[in-house]
Ligand binder design. Structure first.
Ligand SMILES: [Cu+2]
Length: 442
């Protein structure tokens, strides 16, 4: 590695590690004081547009408002059962760190680091207010320690995201209080190696469905009436055909090992969507079409025309994602179940940020999802979608599992299509009736 970057790297790691792990950790309880609960009706009067100007007088005028801070997201493990008894659903999730070799275009292999032998790691799906109790296992065969940072909760990094050395495991629990599509990732060993571990594959998604479900989708087009152009608006059901799309980069030396110098320079070797460069593009990745195992083949996403499509988009990488659908527009973009845009062409998703994108395709055709950064497109950030009147079974495992919420997901047939080991592909293939590679951890 270039000496300058080597020194920079060490300085950066020491600085971050000092901040994260050098401080003394104490488990602070958020006190409830004399605060009183707020009814949903009262909350509704305070909108994001007005909250900045709310004064004590305003608060009095709406009947008094005081947030009842009964606790943080983090839950001590011995209190998980009590939360369950009180009515929360508990998801016990286990992830296993696995360093493996995975293919890249040209038939070459690279040194991947994974959760459960697949990139991205298993998608975890819960409902807002559920408890996630997660265990990271690091087998004794691993040559390095790993860790697990979950963005779906407000929980202290220390000690929860700390190093788990080979042969050890670590468990923590939290309430998923905020809806969205959240990143989880390895932090290396006390953040040392975090870049290598994440950019080599140790990342995944937690979908937190809103407690009261997704909003109906307003579709705005135009029509002609009595010789005039008029708005033609339709409100469609929240239930949608769903896909997860996770963007990242690979920075590789010619032997398939991690290239940190290339990372510092943002000199991408491959850009991946759901773990593969051009993974939904059978034209570019011909090599995979001749692969002997199904999970190494590439296939486009198949979408139904005129139906509600929902994408959970997550930027796992080191570069912005200018999310764009060639030939399409986004009917809605939401974050935290709050609408951010309606009718937009491109949505900028920064590093470790998510967006939930809703679209209706009016006509059959090919619509390519890209990161509208040319360096990203031509290194792999292009996924072909075919919108059809009568779609064949969807050739993708990108579908999230149905939530416990009614009226959320329209189940789709799935197909093993992950950047994963043969063993993992076989395991997923045997998960009859469930969504490939994903889990709710019930
Ligand atoms: Cu790791």
């Amino acid at each position: 590695m270039n000496k300058r970057y080597s020194i920079l790297s060490i300085v950066a790691v020491v600085a971050v590690a000092g901040i994260l792990f050098g401080s003394t950790y104490s488990n602070t309880q958020v006190g409830s004081g004399n605060a009183q609960s707020v009814s949903p009706a009262t909350i509704d009067k305070v909108t994001p547009q007005t909250i900045d100007s709310v004064t004590a007088k305003d608060v009095q005028s709406v009947g008094g408002i005081a947030f009842n801070m009964v606790g943080a997201d983090a839950i001590p493990l011995d209190q998980v059962a009590a939360e369950q008894a009180a009515g929360r659903t508990v998801h016990q999730i286990t992830l296993t760190a696995e360093s493996v070799k995975l293919p890249i275009p040209g038939g070459q292999m690279y040194d991947a680091m994974t959760f459960d032998g697949q990139v991205p790691g298993p998608t975890i799906r819960v409902t807002q207010g559920d408890v996630i109790e997660v265990t990271l296992n690091v087998p004794s065969t691993e040559l390095t320690g790993h860790s697990l940072d979950m963005h779906a909760g407000r929980i202290s990094a220390v000690p929860n995201f700390g190093p788990v050395m080979p042969g050890k495991s670590n468990t923590y629990a939290f309430i998923a209080n905020t809806p969205g599509a959240f990143k989880y990732h390895c932090e290396g060993v006390g953040v040392i190696g975090m870049d290598q571990h994440v950019l080599s594959g140790m990342y995944g998604m937690v979908i937190v469905d809103p407690l009261n479900g997704y909003h109906k989708l307003l579709i705005t087009r135009t029509a002609t009436q009595n010789g005039q152009v008029v708005l033609n608006q339709t409100l469609i059901d929240p239930a949608a055909y769903e896909f997860t799309l996770q963007f990242n980069q690979l920075y590789l030396n010619s032997d398939g090992s991690y290239d940190q110098t290339a990372m510092f320079l943002h000199n991408t070797t491959w850009t991946v969507i759901n773990g593969k460069p051009f993974g939904y593009d059978p034209v570019v990745t011909k090599v995979w079409n001749n692969a002997p195992v199904a999970h190494d083949k590439s296939a486009p996403l198949i979408l139904p025309v005129g139906q509600h499509i929902r994408y959970f988009v997550l930027n796992q990488g080191n570069m912005p994602v200018f999310f764009h659908i060639v030939g399409g527009q986004m009917d809605r973009v939401t974050q935290g179940n709050m609408v951010q845009a309606m009718g937009t062409q491109t949505w900028n998703i920064g590093g470790s940020q998510d967006a939930i994108v809703d679209v209706v395709y009016d006509e059959p055709g090919a619509y390519v999802i890209v990161n509208h950064d040319y360096a990203a497109i031509f290194t792999g950030a292009a996924a072909i979608q075919l919108a059809q009147a009568n779609p064949a079974p969807n050739p993708s495992d990108a579908v999230a599992p149905p939530s416990s919420l009614p009226d959320t997901s329209i189940p789709q047939q799935t197909f093993v299509h992950c950047e994963c080991t043969d063993d993992r592909a076989n395991e997923i293939g045997n998960m009859t009736g469930s969504m490939a590679g994903n889990m709710t951890g019930q």
